[in-house]
Design a protein around this ligand. Structure first.
Ligand code: ASP
Length: 912
């Protein structure tokens, strides 16, 4: 019975006819002892019909659920008012006040709402709001279930701060939008953040020009504050200028983005983010939605039908009614609450109004919009879901609340999976620079247009991630350098930055160095090759082998010291031997009575002895005294070490070809001006010298910069040709220089690395692909695929040629040029010996001639005849005083004159 009455009441009391029915119901209730009714007024504009319906639905539900309490009935009176008509609104509210009301809901439009709020304030009748209002509710007798505008604004600024946007554009529709974004705009104050604010032109529906302007500035972070109904138009206009791609990020300041059909933008790759208050998947929300839809369907009117989610303000209207009924119920339990008819023309107030408002402000319960609680009458403690558009629609990726701030719950794996999904079957545009071995035109007819190390690497990545790609060469063939302070870049970097039509390439794959300056305008993957700057120079000409190269193992100083040592030791030996009594021996050992003693270490013998041991030959002289033996031992030790060292060094000197190189380091280059040196134009190496603070590199840069004609080259190929043609050193990257050196045997790399850096694949700023490509690069490093590619392009493809040649040269036999000097010494020695022999011959012939009283010529002729006879190696000696012909060491000189006596003579005869 009770249910029937409530239901009848709720259905019948909507609309203008409700007053009569109300009287009937009151009479009926009074007669039958039925529940106490609480009258509530609702003022809604026709355009906010859904709010009105939500209000009615919520009222009915609260009655059904007996939220206010047993024997209590909510009776609502809804009046439709003209939008923005505050006069009508105030007239209507006065009419309701006269009947006695416990609360007022609506209106929605600003001016009438302000009027109604003032009246409610005057009569102390609680006014409940469910829409965004930037006025502080404390000033009014009002309570709003809508999140407090300033806290909401903070949520957006927190999100922007979380993303670390350094530059963004704010697009707003009306002045209220600026209030909504006040925290966002404030957050940038005093920070290094650049914000551009633009207004949507209300006179035109076309925002293309505005988006074109934004694109030209290179802006890709956009905050849009507009009515949810305009979101699609805005995105549509942005799409016209290709601004709904993976390189753009939109943050929509609406809590109802879920109501917009974003099907067309799901696959565009653009980052579209928004926040929401109502989670349509929450049990409570789903239950209310399905129940309401059922009722709507039954009544035949369905403002909600066809909508995928419940609008925030509608759900909040439900929560507002819920809040009111809960507050009223609590108050009714504490005291008797009755509505009183008041007169707008009198200064009266509702006695229970203040208590009811305070009860409502102290409520804490779970509504459709989450936990409802108030601080100082404001709803500042609420939680928002952060949504992101993905291929499967808007997805919750995290939450925001005033304590935890931004909390992204979407895992990295989920994000990665999504990006991978979006990459599948896409065709990415790749820009490159033609340089061996990274990317060169393919020589295989009918095959792909390009081949090379990075092309192979791209193939691996594309195969793994399932995308296709097209390759084009940077129009100017450059890597990329900053052209001016306006942010214009050339080369591949310029292609990634693009122009008003957006980036002209999605990836830049070449031997492109990761640099700080480039990182500011584009993104880089993890490096796939590590390298550093080094010098490419022509191999020096081989030094012509020296005739006396056998002298090279020891320096001139050592030769001089050796000579000095030889003379000193010989002399010392001579002196010591003279002092040592053991070195004086019987000259004729067979004659023990002989008192003639002699010393074998004459000056000449000493010299002969020491040279004999130095030449590792020895001689018949042997020291007898301890002192001379000691000196000899030391000398032998000395010669042992010297000869071993000489032999070892000689081998090295004769086998290793010595090069005469003019430069061995960057320092050498800087210290001269004859050999010019330069780098690649518009590349990182040039930028390295240009921006260096190190005095050496600064000096090199000023030399390079001032040199005419220019020392900068446009390609590595040009650099190689220039180095080959002489007096030019190219400073480039070790990977490219290694490649050139292995194929051009006349070139070499000089010195160590001047720095250390890496090559990476570049992507436009904020590209979603950077990270997943980085992951693949790391993976290919780990499974040695990159190493294999390196071997393929640097070594296998006609590399290592020069290394083989060099090895061959190392093993080759010594030529006469290497050892010619030894022959010269030999010939010289022989000649000298021959000359001395002639001198000895003449000297002795002259002596014999005077003794034999012959002419010197006949003496010489006789001796000559004997000498040229090839047989007979003995002849008769002259009988002479032995003392003259016996040497100091007891040996006898071979007389040159024939001794006409019989047979050969022994020493004994000679000495006799
Ligand atoms: N690889 C370098 C670059 O990315 C070229 C160079 O300067 O040597 O600019």
């Amino acid at each position: 019975m009770k249910l029937h009455i409530e239901r009848t009441g709720s259905v019948m009391f909507s609309g203008a006819s409700c007053v009569g029915i109300l009287i009937l119901l009151i009479c009926y209730g009074t007669i039958n002892g039925l529940p106490d009714p609480y009258r509530v007024a609702g003022l809604f504009e026709a355009e906010h019909e859904s709010q009105e319906r939500a209000f009615k639905y919520a009222m009915e539900k609260m009655n059904l659920r007996n939220v206010v309490g047993p024997n209590k009935l909510l009776i609502y009176h809804v009046e439709q008012i003209t939008p923005h008509d505050s006069f009508e609104a105030s007239k209507e509210i006065c009419k309701q006040i006269k009947e006695g009301i416990a609360a007022v809901f609506g209106p929605i439009t600003n001016i009438p709402r302000a009027h109604v709020q003032s009246i409610c304030n005057a009569f102390e009748i609680p006014h409940l709001q469910a829409q965004w209002d930037p006025r502080d509710p404390r000033d009014y007798f009002s309570i709003s279930v809508y999140p407090h505008y300033s806290t909401l604004s903070t949520a957006y600024s927190d999100l922007i701060r979380y993303w670390e946007w350094k530059r963004f554009t704010v697009i707003y529709e009306d002045n209220e939008g600026l209030i909504r974004l006040q925290e966002v705009l404030k957050a940038t104050e005093g920070k290094d953040v650049q914000v551009t604010v633009r207004k949507l032109n209300p006179l035109t529906n076309s925002y293309v020009n505005m988006f074109k302007d934004i694109k030209e500035t290179g802006e890709n972070h956009i905050v849009v504050d507009c009515d949810v109904k305009k979101v699609k138009d805005v995105l549509h206009e942005a799409l016209k200028v290709n601004m709904v791609s993976e390189y753009y990020h939109y943050l929509f300041i609406t809590l109802d983005l879920g109501l917009v059909d974003l099907e067309d933008y799901k696959y565009g790759g653009a980052n579209i983010t928004a926040m929401r208050l109502i989670d349509p998947k929450r049990r409570q929300v789903m239950d209310v939605m399905s129940d309401w839809l059922l009722e709507e369907a039954r009544s035949g009117k369905s403002p909600l039908m066809g909508q995928r989610e419940i609008q925030t303000e509608i759900a909040l209207m439900y929560d507002a009614v819920h809040l009111f009924t809960k507050g009223l119920s609590e108050l009714a339990q504490a005291q008797v609450v009755t509505t009183e008819p008041l007169n707008c023309n009198k200064r009266q107030t509702w006695t229970n109004g203040n208590s009811l408002l305070n009860y409502m402000k102290s409520m804490d319960f779970e509504g459709l919009s989450g936990r409802l609680r108030f601080e100082n009458g404001k709803r500042t403690d609420f939680e928002l879901d952060i949504l992101e558009l993905s291929t499967s629609g808007l997805q919750k990726v995290g939450t925001w609340n005033p304590k935890m701030k931004v909390n992204i719950t979407k895992t990295y794996q989920e994000k990665k999976k999504e990006i991978k999904e979006s990459l599948k079957n896409q065709t990415l545009r790749v820009v490159t620079v033609v340089e061996a071995p990274y990317a060169v035109y393919s020589t295989e007819p009918g095959g792909p247009k390009f081949e090379g190390f990075v092309i192979d690497l791209l193939d691996l990545i594309a195969h793994k991630l399932g995308f296709n790609y097209t390759v084009h060469v940077a129009p100017d063939g450059k890597y990329g350098a900053k052209m001016d302070d306006k942010g214009n870049w050339n080369g591949m970097v310029g292609e990634l930055i693009g122009n008003k039509d957006g980036p002209r390439a999605d990836l830049a794959a070449a031997g492109m160095t990761i640099t700080y300056e480039r990182e500011k305008v584009v993104d880089f993957t993890k490096p796939f090759l590590n390298l550093g700057i080094t010098i490419l120079y022509r191999k020096p000409k081989k030094a012509p082998p020296e005739l006396f190269s056998f002298l090279s193992p020891l320096s001139i100083d050592v030769w001089v010291y050796m000579m000095a040592a030889y003379l000193c030791v010989s002399f010392l030996l001579f002196v010591i031997a003279r002092f040592s009594p053991y070195e004086w021996c019987n000259a004729h050992p067979c004659n023990v009575d002989s008192d003639i003693v002699e010393n074998q270490f004459s000056i000449l013998n000493s010299l002969w002895f020491t040279i004999g041991s130095l030449m590792q030959q020895g001689c018949e002289i042997s020291p007898r005294a301890v002192s001379t033996r000691l000196v000899s031992t030391i000398w032998w030790f000395f010669t042992l070490i010297m000869i071993s060292s000489y032999t070892a060094n000689l081998a090295a000197f004769l086998t290793v070809e010595r090069m005469e190189s003019a430069i061995g380091s960057a320092q050498d280059l800087a210290e001269q001006t004859k050999i010019k040196y330069g780098t690649l134009n518009s590349g990182s190496t040039k930028a390295f010298f240009q921006g260096s603070d190190i005095p050496l590199y600064k000096r090199m840069w000023s030399f390079m910069n001032s040199e005419e004609p220019s020392v900068f080259v446009n390609s590595t190929e040009e650099a190689i040709q220039r180095v080959k043609s002489g007096d030019y050193a190219y400073m480039g990257e070790s990977s490219s220089i290694d490649y050139a050196v292995q194929r051009n045997c006349e070139l070499m790399s000089v010195g160590g690395l001047l720095d250390s850096k890496g090559y990476g694949i570049a992507t436009p700023r904020d590209s979603p692909y950077t990270e997943i490509i980085s992951n693949e690069i790391i993976h290919f490093h780990e499974n040695q695929q990159i190493q294999k590619l390196y071997t393929k392009w640097w070594v296998e493809k006609s590399g290592g040629k020069c290394l083989v040649d060099d090895k061959k040269k190392d093993a080759s036999a010594l030529g006469i040029t290497n050892v010619g000097g030894v022959f010269v010494v030999l010939v010289g020695g022989l000649c000298l010996g021959f000359v001395i022999a002639i001198c000895e011959f003449i000297w002795k012939a002259r002596k014999n001639a005077s003794e034999d009283r012959q002419s010197i010529c006949s003496e010489m002729a006789e001796e000559f005849r004997f000498a040229v006879k090839c047989f007979g190696s003995s002849k008769k000696s002259c009988k002479r005083k032995p003392s003259k012909d016996i040497t100091d060491n007891g040996l006898q000189f071979m007389p040159l004159t024939r001794i006409p006596t019989d047979g050969p003579v022994g020493p004994r005869e000679l000495y006799a």
